[in-house]
Design a protein around this ligand. Structure first.
Ligand code: ADP
Ligand code: MG
Length: 294
């Protein structure tokens, strides 16, 4: 019988842009060619998911659904259905604080950022009539979606990056590379730790660092992306109660077993604030939520 010698692992780091953000992957592999092959497959998996879930891409599956599911059932891919289903469930659980149907309001926010003017009340009111998770119906049996209002825009910006990291990690594992870390903006998913360490070390935006191993860490809040109008800062996360961006200063951080949970709960916690933590923690056992306000 052959004696198997444990292969020496080397560290490789790649970075590409996916879903509009820097997406570094760090991986330990026995050779550069193995690292490249596996990471290429991981990035290509993220691209596929982007094609399914992006609201920026005109030809995404998500945008096709917005056009074709008004008033009638439209069958969707397994991945898109799962993410819509998780998003819808979280919307129900948070009374719409997290809401994957805020797309038209997000578009108004982007316009406000460009023009540095808030939408006029009439425009805002019309947009609000086209948002609300109750306007989105899901049928698991048919794996289909139906929208109840014309001109709705679905938006998975608060959940899809975490999900994409989960899948990228899975792809790397399939290539035999379990010691890996993937980051998409504020969402990080880690597998096994580096060979010489008990965990991955993660630098925090506000200074200091933390560790992560076989799990996910997501940060969300109002401090990174915002537009200032009339002395008020409106963040890129919509407060569904006003239809406008969050105006409070808040940073939410969630640790969970997987990226889809961490990402979506971090966005939800940013909207709900510290007062929403106990409820989220009751619903999602084992997650850790930290919120800093003010
Ligand atoms: P990041 O943009 O840094 O990934 P988040 O994960 O918090 O941060 O996602 C914010 C994105 O989620 C917004 O850009 C928008 O696409 C979407 N979004 C905005 N408001 C909400 C909301 N109340 N519920 C769900 N998704 C939202
Ligand atoms: Mg999020």
């Amino acid at each position: 019988m052959l004696n198997r010698v444990a292969a020496r692992l080397e560290r490789f780091e790649f970075s590409q842009i996916r879903m509009g953000v820097d997406t570094p992957i760090i991986v330990y592999a026995p050779s550069e060619s193995q690292a490249i092959e596996a990471c290429r497959a991981a990035y290509s998996r993220i691209s596929q998911l982007e094609q399914q879930m992006s609201d920026y891409r005109l030809d995404s599956e998500l945008n096709a659904v917005c056009k074709e599911a008004v008033g009638r059932w439209r069958r969707v891919s397994r991945e898109l259905f799962y993410v819509l289903w998780r998003a819808h469930r979280l919307a129900q659980q948070t009374d719409g604080a997290f809401d994957p149907t805020v797309g038209v309001l997000v578009r108004l926010w982007r316009e406000a950022r460009r023009t540095e003017r808030l939408p006029d009340p009439q425009t805002l009111q019309e947009a609000r009539a086209r948002a609300g998770y109750r306007l989105m119906e899901l049928c698991p049996r048919r794996r289909a979606v139906r929208l109840r209002a014309e001109g709705m825009q679905l938006d998975l910006g608060g959940i899809a990056k975490g999900y994409a990291c989960d899948h990228a990690l899975r792809v790397l594992r399939r290539y035999g590379l379990t010691r890996a870390l993937i980051q998409m903006g504020g969402d990080i998913v880690a597998g096994d730790p580096p060979p010489d360490a008990p965990a991955w070390r993660i630098a925090l935006a506000e200074g200091g660092e933390t560790t992560l191993v076989r799990g996910a860490l997501s940060t969300s809040g109002s401090t990174e992306q915002f537009v200032e109008i009339g002395g008020v800062r409106y963040a890129h996360i919509i407060d569904p109660r006003t239809g406008l961006g969050l105006t409070k200063l808040i940073l939410a951080r969630v640790r969970a077993r997987d990226g889809i949970t961490a990402d979506s709960l971090a966005t939800a916690a940013a909207v709900l604030g510290a007062a929403g933590i106990p409820r989220l923690q009751r619903l999602y056992k084992g997650v850790q939520i930290e919120v800093r306000e003010g």
